[in-house]
Design a protein around this ligand. Structure first.
Ligand code: AMP
Length: 121
């Protein structure tokens, strides 16, 4: 599978579609999910063209990998839901068909602001 430059997150990264931005740096963009599943539902995406976590793990640079992981923590802190500041949260990435991935640009969901419930339903 090749990366689809017309996916919705690629358009958000290019500024062609608006988003409710939470945080941005050299490596990541974070914004609120348009269809929140919990009180707090944010997304964290790498700026690079990666389809999913498998693609990212194999092809991203070490700096990009560190930037994304640290970025999740920075966003959780900014949202005041990190373990240190708030009461915690769940992060997850859906991967491909069985994972239920809809948008083919790697993204981590961040759910919090309340008890998020069972891990898999
Ligand atoms: P996934 O099923 O893991 O691919 O999740 C895709 C997520 O992207 C869903 O939770 C959608 O609600 C969310 N989403 C789709 N379009 C947008 C958008 N324009 N802005 C913010 N979130 C979006």
């Amino acid at each position: 599978m090749t990366y689809d430059d017309q996916n919705i997150f690629a358009k958000i990264l290019r500024g062609e579609i608006p988003c409710k931005k939470i945080y941005e740096d050299k490596y990541i963009l974070s914004f609120y999910d348009i269809n929140p599943q919990k009180k707090v539902h944010a997304l964290v995406i790498p700026k690079g063209r990666y389809i999913d976590l498998d693609d990212f793990s194999v092809n991203a640079s070490s700096d990009e990998i560190v930037g994304l992981l640290k970025g999740i923590n920075l966003v959780a802190k900014k949202l005041k839901i990190s373990a240190g500041i708030g009461k915690g949260y769940r992060t997850l990435a859906n991967i491909s068909e069985h994972g239920g991935q809809e948008v083919p640009h790697l993204h981590f969901h961040i759910f919090g602001g309340e008890i998020v419930g069972k891990m898999v339903e």
